[in-house]
Every structure is written in C-alpha cells, then in structure tokens.
Design a protein. Structure first.
Length: 230
C-alpha cells in the first residue's frame, strides 16, 4: 500500500513549507520508478474548507477540505506569519486536526506550523523545533512545550518538527531515509540539488551565511560594492 502524506495549508501559508516536502516525496517516487520499483508516496494538500488556497506569495494551491478522518501515514502542517496562524485555529481545524493526528503514524510541522500543533495541545511535554524567530514566542505562549532553539529539525517519538522553510526538505529527506533507505534519500537530495543532507541537530545559523553577510557592508549591494572598489 502507498504511504499517504497529507499536508495541511491555509490562507497566507508559506508556500515552500508545503511544496518543499511535497517535491521531495515526489522525487522519491521518481527515483523508485527509475529503479523499476513502484512509487511509495501519495501526497495531498488539505485545508479548513477545501478549494484553492492562496499562499503568502500569492500562488494558490488546490486542496481537499478537512472532513471525517481519512487515515494518513504522515500529516504535516505548514507555517505562516503570526497574523495568518491565528485565523487557522477555527472550528474545522479544532474539530478535525486532532483526529487526523491521532490516526497518523507520524505527524509534525514545518516552520511556524508548530504553533498550530501547540495551540491544539498536540505537543504538550514534547521537544519541538520552529523558525529561529519564533522560538521565543512559542516558548512564552506554550510553556508546556520544550522548544529546541537551535536544531533544523527534531524527532520526538511520532512527532517530527522542523525549523524555518527549507528545513522542511531536510526533515523530509530524513523521513525518506527512514521509510526507504539512505541511498534513496541521497538520490532525492541529488535530484533536488541539495548542497548537503543536514542532520537534525545541525544549527539553524549557518557560519557560511554569516561570513557572506560580513563580506558586504550593510545596505550595499554586490554591484554597488564592485563599483566602489573600481
């Protein structure tokens, strides 16, 4: 039987939080097909009321509505800016998401999607990750949740949570490695042109990015710096 993945989105969601994992699962199917094997994953987008859902970047994604539970192997919740997260904790989400979580083999979130899990009481007493900018507010709002302020993703039992945006791909690669094997996960990373498969404990703060940022004076573009050095 295929491994069913449901990704929960809502108006104003961060597009890459959902499409990053979806693409990685899709590439895993492609890798398997190239090896003469059957695809392993099916991926569906779900939302509070169904239909097209517009992301924060303006791109809309077609979804199925939350409804009486259709069991899934994996449930992931995308993140968004705070003002969009607040509107999600509505009757459909409160009614159905906990049931989806209970029926799933594993569940989790990407980026600030952790706030939705915490608001619904689904990660009390658990260690979770979220975007570095959201760690303080998450810990303050939900003191019963242990916030890992550094890791790119965290696995606590059946709960998988990742930090900001692109780390959803890192977490998905780890899921693929667990479901299938590390060789396939590495092939998926190669297809996605991922620089490296980051382990969960790796810091959200990149020394390389810090070095690159220091290379350019604040407010000066690369072109302006080049002109100034002539």
């Amino acid at each position: 039987m295929p491994h069913k993945v449901l990704i929960f989105i809502f108006p104003g969601f961060e597009l890459l939080d959902a499409t990053g994992p979806a693409s990685a699962f899709g590439v895993a199917n492609h890798v398997l097909t190239e090896r003469g094997e059957q695809p392993f994953y099916t991926v569906e987008m779900i939302s509070p009321v169904g239909g097209p859902v517009q992301s924060s970047s303006g791109i809309a994604v077609e979804t199925h509505a939350l409804s009486p539970v259709r069991p899934a192997n994996t449930l992931l919740i995308a993140g968004a800016e705070a003002e969009n997260l607040e509107a999600v904790i509505s009757e459909p989400a409160v009614r159905w998401l906990p049931q989806y979580v209970q029926a799933a083999e594993r569940f989790g979130s990407v980026c600030a999607g952790t706030f939705i899990l915490a608001a619904l009481g689904l990660v009390d007493g658990k260690r979770v990750a979220t975007h570095w900018r959201a760690c303080g507010p998450l810990a303050e709002l939900y003191p019963s949740v242990e916030v890992d302020r550094d890791s790119v993703y965290v696995v606590d039992g059946k709960i998988w949570t990742s930090a900001g945006v692109t780390t959803g791909i890192d977490m998905t690669l780890a899921m693929i490695g667990s479901d299938l094997d590390g060789v396939i996960a590495s092939e998926v990373a190669k297809h996605l042109v991922v620089y490296a498969r980051r382990p969960g404990y790796q810091s959200q703060f990149s020394p390389l990015l810090r070095a690159q940022a220091k290379a350019y004076p604040s407010g000066m573009s690369r072109l302006a710096l080049s002109e100034a050095n002539r």
